[in-house]
Design a protein around this ligand. Structure first.
Ligand code: SAM
Length: 209
């Protein structure tokens, strides 16, 4: 396991990537092709900026990447913007909207601060996944793609069932670069149906109806 960690760490340094997290997006995109040249991408939970760097390369000069995180991302690229804010706040939604109203792909590597209590961390991760789903109802194009990280646990099945109502194609995949000891996995969703969410809330789902 440590050998593998060192391998990705060395590779990231050599290839000028920020961290091993960069390889997770590279590997998932190679397999599922969710980000293409010219796409607009919303990156939720973007700090310290590994995925912004990869996504901005993948979309190229005609594309756009908007990163959002509680923490600051310092690096900027010609085709990228960064918003510091909480994904649950309306002000963050408004700030995203000022830059771009809809996106071809949303990627969410959102993760809670881990407490060490597995069930609590899982529940917080699930809450972040539902928020990413809710923001999709606001920002994702019809037939757009969504990639979400989730910490494994008992509520994944319900989450995946809910996602299947919203997307034509849903797969779970753990990239090779994700440590086998990590409980994270990724849900790849393609072909957004763009219809009203059944989550009880909110202004967001009503607006998008
Ligand atoms: C695993 S890191 C993301 C790594 C990133 N994909 C990269 O490649 O550099 C998870 C991020 O989610 C962010 N996060 C967690 N809860 C958030 C929230 N409510 N609003 C915005 N960002 C949040 C954390 O601040 C953290 O930076």
């Amino acid at each position: 396991m440590y050998e593998q960690k060192d391998g990705y760490y060395r590779m990231a340094k050599k290839e000028g990537y920020k961290s091993r997290a960069s390889y997770k997006l590279i590997q998932l995109n190679k397999k599922f092709n969710i980000i293409k040249k010219g796409y607009s991408v919303l990156d939720l939970g973007a700090a310290p900026g590994g995925w912004v760097q990869i996504a901005s390369k993948l979309v190229g000069e005609d594309g756009l990447v908007v990163g959002v995180d509680l923490k600051l991302v310092k690096e900027k690229y010609d085709n990228s913007y960064f918003i510091q804010g909480d994904v649950f706040e309306n002000s963050t939604v408004e700030n995203i909207k000022e830059i771009k109203e809809t996106f071809d792909t949303i990627i969410s590597d959102l993760a809670p601060n881990t407490s060490g209590i597995r069930s609590l961390d899982h529940q917080r991760s699930i809450d972040l996944c539902y928020r990413a789903l809710e923001l999709s109802s606001k920002f994702l194009e019809y037939k757009g793609n969504l990639l979400i990280k989730v910490f494994q646990g008992e509520d994944i099945k319900k989450l995946v069932d809910d996602i299947k109502n919203e997307f034509y194609y849903v797969k779970i995949s753990k990239p090779e670069s994700s440590r086998s000891s990590s409980r994270e996995t990724y849900i790849i969703c393609k072909g957004y149906k763009k219809r009203k969410l059944k989550i009880e809330d909110t202004e967001l789902s009503e607006e998008s109806a």
